[in-house]
Design a protein. Structure first.
Length: 132
């Protein structure tokens, strides 16, 4: 049986390997900006921001992968059929209780910690920032 750290790491590594866009419309690194956005505004407001972005932006890609992680059968914070941004936002806004919302926020931040590290080594040629 895998522990949570292994599941988070595996899901984040899958995202990094997919080569999906991790850049915002103006070229900024979404994976670097998203944790602060979630911590300061909450996952619902951050998700609303991501929902409003261009379809090809890194924001949607990142949020779709957060939703996929939260719906993963071994994480199961949200139902398996809520594995994209729109379905996740609908569920968290209309069906989830406050504890589920809190768990989703914490787990999204934990996943982002791994995704950010894997993204640097996989997509940026090993360019490591020191501002963590």
């Amino acid at each position: 049986m895998k522990n949570l750290e292994q599941i988070r790491a595996a899901n984040a590594l899958d995202y990094a390997r997919s080569g999906e866009n991790t850049r915002g419309q103006e070229g900024g690194n979404v994976l670097k900006k998203l944790p602060a956005l979630i911590m300061n505004n909450g996952i619902l407001a951050a998700g609303a921001f991501g929902y409003a972005q261009n379809e090809n932006s890194g924001w949607k890609s990142c949020f779709n992968n957060i939703a996929k992680h939260l719906a993963h059968k071994e994480i199961a914070i949200v139902p398996e059929d809520k594995s994209d941004l729109e379905k996740l936002m609908d569920y968290l806004s209309n069906s989830a209780d406050s504890n589920t919302l809190k768990l989703a926020t914490e787990e999204a931040l934990a996943w982002l910690s791994y995704a950010r590290r894997f993204e640097k080594s996989q997509n940026n040629g090993g360019d490591h920032d020191t501002d963590e």
